[in-house]
Design a protein around this ligand. Structure first.
Ligand code: GLU
Length: 433
């Protein structure tokens, strides 16, 4: 809800009335109605299969013990092992992780890979920990989760503030809990590992690469040549920076970037590689010498063809949606748009490539990595690129067909296509007993 303040401009007044997980439930319900989803299947998908919360002690560098709270939510495994990232952030909660886990179920179903949905996290600001504290915290979290993880049961991956190194610690800790003759299977308990530790060379760039593949399909349908395209990015971490670097190779022009440190703009173009180096060195986009510092609103008002939110949830509110000056929102982040923001985007005729479609490249290449590990195969980046493109193009067509067939916006259409896939497996298999 928005109300006019004393100066007549609109300010957001409400904390969202729905929790994040309730929002996902409402989105599922909307799509379920449209496709007349079997009520039994809807009842199963309405709730996660299990929610695990652990409090675990970690010895800090000063010798004292600090207790951390971590979560793993396993939403659904009808299509395969629970799959989804682990994030480290102060705002991590059971509710947030539940929503993210449900999105993983829908994402994997939509792109039709043999995984279910899960998500985990620890409530912590990792920038306040030393490297060795972070390592001990990660290892102790994995130990606390115990048999809840496993290569054919629940397979984590990187997410906000976790990376290949975090995944290597997870695999190594999990291996240590197995008898020696079983340790060879520990590698596939996690994806997004360093290449040296069984990772896929295709994984680090995969989410950003997928975002670009989807934008290219949209651009083809809208006759918007990539080399004439302008775009803005929110968040210059793993997803945003890779998307920007790949778009640069295609000739598109990055005109504004925002992250937690500030916003910058240069209508003549910002060099994504130079900005990536700056962010590595200084921890954010603020102070990048080859662009102007601008304020938050000016960032959102920057004219461009495409806006890529690649940070956290709830960024595109009604107020932000009213300011955007773009043709397409390509959701690199999970859940970046509030329901009110969504309604405003629709009202303004701005296209949306919804998160469960747009950022699915990451988990698709996680599947390639897991398959490589479980079959003792060697990495094949060329094959990965071709298969990723094919899988995402098929998912894009599925969403386009559902949008057309059911008269749905693209977010609801993506949910509808994912739910139909899940419905098929339940109807074919039946429900025990
Ligand atoms: N965290 C990523 C996502 O939200 C990747 C998950 C994975 O690869 O398992 O899709």
């Amino acid at each position: 809800m928005s109300v006019a303040n004393a100066t007549g401009s609109f300010v957001e007044t409400t904390a969202p009335t729905q929790s994040l997980f309730e929002r996902v439930q409402a989105q599922i319900a909307r799509a379920a109605r449209a496709i007349e989803l079997a009520p039994d299947v809807h009842a199963i998908l309405d709730k996660p299969m299990s929610r695990i919360a652990v409090n675990f002690p970690v010895r800090m560098d000063d010798g004292r013990v600090r207790t951390f709270t971590g979560y793993r939510v396993q939403h659904n495994n009808a299509l395969g092992p629970f799959k989804g990232g682990i994030r480290y952030h102060p705002a991590v909660s059971m509710d947030e992780v539940s929503a993210l886990a449900a999105w993983m179920t829908l994402k994997c179903a939509l792109v039709d890979i043999p995984f279910g949905g899960g998500k985990g996290g620890v409530q912590v600001d990792p920038s306040t920990l030393s490297q060795s504290e972070l390592q001990r915290m990660t290892r102790r979290f994995v130990y606390a989760l115990g048999p809840n993880l496993g290569p054919t049961y629940d397979v984590p991956a990187p997410d906000v503030n976790t990376d290949a190194r975090t995944m290597a610690w997870i695999a190594d800790t999990y291996a240590a809990t197995l008898p020696p003759h079983e340790r060879h299977r520990a590698m596939s308990v996690v994806t997004g590992k360093p290449v040296s530790a069984g990772g896929s060379p295709s994984r680090a760039k995969a989410t950003g690469q997928g975002v670009v593949e989807l934008i290219a399909l949209w651009a083809r349908d809208k006759a918007c040549p990539m080399e004439d395209m302008t775009y803005t990015v929110q968040g210059f971490g793993k997803v945003g920076s890779w998307a920007a670097r790949i778009l640069k190779d295609k000739g598109a022009r990055l005109v504004a970037v925002q992250d937690h440190t500030g916003s910058i703009r240069d209508p003549r173009g910002i060099d994504a590689d130079a900005l990536g180096e700056h962010v590595q060195r200084h921890g954010g986009v603020a102070g990048f010498p080859a662009a102007d510092a601008i304020d938050r609103d000016a960032f959102f008002e920057t004219p461009a063809d495409v806006f890529i939110p690649a940070a956290l949830e709830d960024q595109i509110t009604e107020r932000v949606a009213a300011r955007l000056n773009v043709r397409l929102v390509a959701e690199g982040a999970n859940g970046p748009t509030t329901p009110q923001g969504d309604a405003a985007l629709q009202h303004r005729g701005i296209d949306v490539l919804p998160d469960i479609l747009c950022n699915a490249g990451g988990v698709v290449v996680s599947y390639f990595e897991w398959r490589q590990n479980t079959t003792n195969d060697v990495p094949d980046p060329k094959r990965d690129d071709a298969q990723l493109r094919e899988i995402l193009a098929r998912a894009y067509e599925r969403v386009a067909a559902a949008s057309h067939g059911f008269g749905l916006d693209w977010r609801s259409a993506a949910y509808a296509a994912a739910l139909q896939r899940l419905e098929t497996v339940y109807l074919d298999r039946g429900i025990f007993p």
